[in-house]
Design a protein. Structure first.
Length: 57
């Protein structure tokens, strides 16, 4: 008796669509957050922290 095995390697078209939609939604959310006041504060804190670690700030 021969056993058939289904090859499930790779990704299907529907999974591509879901992954693309999720990626686009996440990118839109990040863009909205980082271009607003929150993004400005985040980048300023990050910059000040790095300068403090380097002993410059």
């Amino acid at each position: 008796m021969k056993i058939r095995r289904h090859d499930e390697s790779g990704i299907t078209t529907a999974e591509y669509a879901v992954g693309t939609a999720a990626g686009a939604g996440f990118a839109g959310l990040l863009y909205t957050l980082l271009t607003g006041k929150f993004g400005d504060q985040l980048l300023e804190r990050l910059f000040d922290h790095v300068m403090g670690l380097l002993g410059i700030g």
